[in-house]
Ligand binder design. Structure first.
Ligand SMILES: C[S@@+](CC[C@H](N)C(=O)[O-])C[C@H]1O[C@@H](n2cnc3c(N)ncnc32)[C@H](O)[C@@H]1O
Length: 451
């Protein structure tokens, strides 16, 4: 395809997928809100299959728009834009300063930067620079000279929402590790290591005499742990991860252990959808203690009815809940280097009965080359049409960013299907089925000896 033909095709893809996305909004509660609107659309909050189709259209749209601009802009322009992206700093600061809340609670719902700087007790030019960068990509709106109002994006930052916690997590240790990635690769002690204690992030902190890994930092810091718990709720929305409640046959099971459960957001939803299931939350003691407190306040009936149990421990050594029908592991193995993943999976395997199943829900990475006619056995096809990259390029960039984040923070990674399957086989697990749950996949295993 010539560049002109590619541009023509990309424009067609953009038009088609944009209209398809509009239709999805209209299917679920009215027209898509404009960027000026503060009202949420039902699709914004769904975490399940209802957003799956929308996100497939948006994936194509984002991939095509980015590829079109990259094709037509001068290369140095694009490279400079990518190196010069300080958006994360503005977003982190506005979120932590709770600027969306300050504006929302003002009399007219809009504030001059002079008033904002007075309330925040910071220089007005600095506040104005932050607000203008954010508004330039549609988060907040400059409604008159130096006066800013909330809009469709910024209002989501208000009221200590889970997305603020996720922004906090993403823009701290990963950024710090990223700044030191090159240097860490020059240091032989770190460059070849896959140990979590030798991640780029820990390299960045070595002068602070910070020992251990980021896991130790999280478990010894109650605020970090609490922020991570809230951030995981945002991530579940972003990944539409509750799609698995509609896709997977949960009605087959009575007992489920959520391994690395966090405070149990997934299990709240599982119990509501499947009244005959009881769950056990397995996590580090500090997290299960927090979980017990939250469930005691928010879901006392489930606690009283013994539909939820809490099993503190360390899954690297033991999963202290034996013989459950199902062990569910979501967004956990990507936090760990290969050797530790094998330890976790062996702990799960030891706890399993011959009839138990394991479901691992995570991103599954794809390569970017195209091999005509090739589709692997499990249906992980590279299905984006040309001239899009086979993995949709920028349309799926979140997977590749998350992969970098896992490397920077934990020396870990998101894995391809073959990589996960290999680690599972090392722990004596045999693949039964792959479930498509949208942005992520769910891989179902059974103990090898018992199949
Ligand atoms: C990224 S979070 C995922 C939480 C949840 N599964 C979800 O998808 O929202 C990883 C979880 O693993 C837990 N974890 C980390 N190290 C652990 C260990 N050694 N033993 C048990 N749980 C651990 C963390 O406390 C955290 O709740």
């Amino acid at each position: 395809m010539t560049a002109r033909q590619q541009v023509d095709t990309l424009l067609d893809l953009i038009k088609t997928s944009a209209y398809q996305a509009l239709d999805e909004y209209e299917k679920y509660g009215g027209a898509v809100p404009s960027l000026d609107s503060l009202a949420a659309h039902p699709l914004d909050g769904f975490m399940d299959f209802r957003t799956m189709q929308l996100k497939k259209f948006v994936r194509k749209l984002e991939g095509a728009c980015d590829q079109l601009c990259t094709t037509l802009a001068p290369p140095l322009h694009t490279l400079s834009n990518r190196a010069h992206d300080t958006y994360w700093a503005a977003l982190r600061t506005a979120s932590k300063l709770e600027i969306a809340d300050i504006i929302a609670s003002s009399e007219k719902g809009r504030l001059h930067t002079a008033e904002l700087s007075h309330r925040i007790q910071a220089n007005e030019n600095k506040i104005a620079s932050i607000m203008r960068l954010l508004a330039t990509r549609h988060c907040f709106k400059e409604v008159s000279k130096n006066v800013f109002a909330n809009n469709r994006l910024s209002i989501r930052l208000a009221s200590k929402s889970p997305i603020s916690a996720w922004i906090d997590i993403l823009t701290k240790d990963p950024i710090n590790g990223g700044l030191h990635l090159y240097d860490s690769l020059q240091d032989p002690e770190y460059a070849l290591s896959t140990d979590a204690e030798k991640s780029p992030c820990m390299y960045a902190r070595r002068s602070e005499r910070q020992t251990g890994s980021v896991y130790n930092m999280i478990s010894s810091d109650a605020t970090y742990n609490e922020t991570l718990g809230r951030a995981m709720i945002a991530l579940s929305t972003i990944q539409s991860s509750l799609t698995i409640l509609q896709v997977y046959p949960w009605e087959r099971y009575k007992t489920v252990c959520d391994v690395g459960s966090g405070v149990g957001f997934f299990c709240w939803n599982l119990l509501s959808s499947f009244p005959s299931i009881t769950v056990t939350l397995h996590d580090l003691p500090e997290t299960t203690t927090l979980a017990e407190k939250i469930w005691g306040t928010d879901y006392p009936d489930h606690v009283a009815d013994k539909r939820v149990k809490f099993a503190p421990g360390n899954f690297l050594e033991l999963v202290p809940v034996e013989g459950q029908d199902l062990y569910y592991i979501k967004n956990v193995i990507h936090n760990w280097p290969d050797a530790d993943v094998i330890s976790i999976l062996k702990s799960v395997s030891k706890a399993m009965s011959p009839k138990s199943r394991v479901v691992i829900q995570d991103y599954v990475m794809q390569h970017l080359y195209r091999e005509p006619g090739k589709e692997d056995d499990q249906g992980f096809q590279m299905d984006a049409e040309e001239p899009l990259l086979p993995n949709y390029g920028a349309g799926q960039v979140r997977l590749y960013s998350q992969n970098m984040t896992m490397m920077l923070v934990f020396n870990a990674k998101e894995r391809t299907f073959d990589e996960v399957n290999y680690l599972c086989s090392q722990a004596g697990l045999l693949l039964l089925k792959v479930w498509d749950v949208g942005e992520q996949s769910a891989l179902e295993y059974v103990k090898k000896d018992h199949w």
